[in-house]
Write a protein that binds this ligand. Structure first.
Ligand SMILES: Cc1ncc(COP(=O)(O)O)c(C=O)c1O
Length: 407
């Protein structure tokens, strides 16, 4: 019997502020969704089901693997406002960004714009491409893109001054450290006006900040599974605007990148190496991919779609409002913008001057509050299962930690 590969019915049971779908989650308050999310029960059940089928059927479970991958693409396409034709599944955000960096038709002397303060995924692959293709890198500050900041005018100046030279601008949709949501619509409009492509890393946005890729005039948008989408590490996605069909260099193509790639496995005389590379971005799916990762992510994205991206962001924003007010009263400084357009799921704060951040983080984790502290900020990242009352509990526990740390 073939086990079900339809969207899990448990989707109907997801409720904002309710963690019943995480029955074994250790933390009292789980606020590390910007790092790695815990796996919801329907995703875990989907993985178990896939494992059972592969254990039983081996090669003959292959079609189940295909169904999980195409089912995942359909879920992602619906969540992101994209066409499945323009999506590729990858091994993660870094593989997606690296694939664009290695496949983009750069010529020696072309320019790139990168941002200081970015997560290295939006820098290292581009520096490697710059080294390999002889590109010039221009830097701006990520933080200048705060609402009311100079980032957009600096970018416009650079694009205008270097007309025709800058081929691509790379940035995250949401900054990993401060949680700043970047003004992507404005950036995309500037890029279009000046003939540059825009590559966006959306791993800190997708699943918590609504995205509509058909409306956003970006060229490439990449993401991974294990943060706000609540899947497992090792699965990612890449969207390329339809205008890029057939225009990327097939530098990373492999056996599954060809038209009609598997016919030789069923018939004699079909083994050929000259079949064209597919023009769609899924040519980057050059080999076998993670079936368990696809199954987990598919189930988690179904939950997100059931809840709705607008409702999720409103819930998380209300949680962060409540926690921010209490924490600022305790003497922490918030890096969250007042302007809602600059906000995401992340509430980033710095501790009072007399308290060391690692000590505060460790004291919170010891009290069952799962937080992270990347690059000098305390990062609270609640998601749809976090109850609003947990914001008050978190403030109380931070107060308790401060008392302890001050002796
Ligand atoms: C903005 C950003 N991009 C990329 C990554 C890493 O993603 P992956 O491991 O899927 O390459 C992270 C992880 O923290 C991140 O915050």
């Amino acid at each position: 019997m073939t086990t079900s590969s339809t969207t899990p019915t448990a989707a109907a049971r997801a409720q904002l502020g309710e963690r019943a779908l995480f029955p074994t989650l250790d933390a009292r308050v789980y606020l590390a969704h910007a790092a790695i999310s815990p796996l919801p029960e329907p995703a875990r059940a989907a993985v178990d089901d896939v494992l059972a089928e592969y254990a039983r059927r081996g090669f003959f479970a292959w079609q189940r693997g295909q169904a999980e991958q195409s089912g995942l693409k359909a879920e992602l396409a619906a969540l992101l406002g994209a066409s499945v034709d323009d999506l590729a599944l990858t091994r993660g955000t870094s593989s997606s960004v690296t694939a664009v960096a290695q496949s983009f038709p750069f010529e020696a002397g072309d320019g790139l714009v990168l941002l200081r303060g970015e997560f290295p995924t939006n820098v290292t692959p581009w520096l490697m491409a710059a080294r390999g293709s002889g590109l010039l890198v221009h830097w701006l500050d990520a933080d200048a893109f705060r609402p009311g900041g100079e980032g957009l005018s600096q970018l416009e100046h650079l694009l205008r001054e270097r007309a025709g030279h800058i081929r691509l601008v790379a940035m995250s949709a949401v900054q990993f450290q401060t949680g700043l949501r970047m003004p992507l619509d404005d950036v995309a409009a500037l890029c279009r006006r000046h003939g540059a492509a825009l590559s966006v890393d959306a791993i800190q946005a997708a699943g918590v900040v609504p995205l509509d890729l058909a409306a956003l005039d970006a060229d490439f948008v990449a993401g991974g599974a294990h943060k706000w989408l609540m899947g497992l590490e090792g699965v990612g996605w890449l969207w390329a605007a339809p205008r890029w069909r057939g225009r990327l260099r097939p530098a990373l193509a492999s056996w599954l990148s060809h038209e009609d790639p598997v016919s030789f496995l069923g018939e004699a005389g079909q083994l050929r190496y000259d079949r064209p590379i597919r023009p769609y971005v899924d040519f980057l799916e050059g080999g076998s991919a993670s079936v368990v990762g696809a199954a987990a992510l598919r189930a988690s994205v179904a939950l997100l779609r059931e809840l709705g991206p607008d409702a999720i962001l409103a819930h998380v924003d209300a949680w962060n409002d409540r926690a921010e007010a209490g924490l600022v009263e305790l003497g922490l400084r918030s890096l969250r913008t007042r302007d809602a357009r600059g906000r995401s799921g992340i509430l980033a704060l710095t501790p009072p001057d007399d308290v060391a951040l690692p000590a505060l983080r460790d004291a919170l984790v010891a009290r069952g509050v799962a937080v992270t502290a990347p690059d000098g900020v305390l990062r609270l990242a609640p998601h749809w299962p976090n109850a609003l009352a947990e914001a008050d509990l978190t403030v109380d526990l931070v107060a308790d930690c401060l008392r302890e740390l001050r002796g």
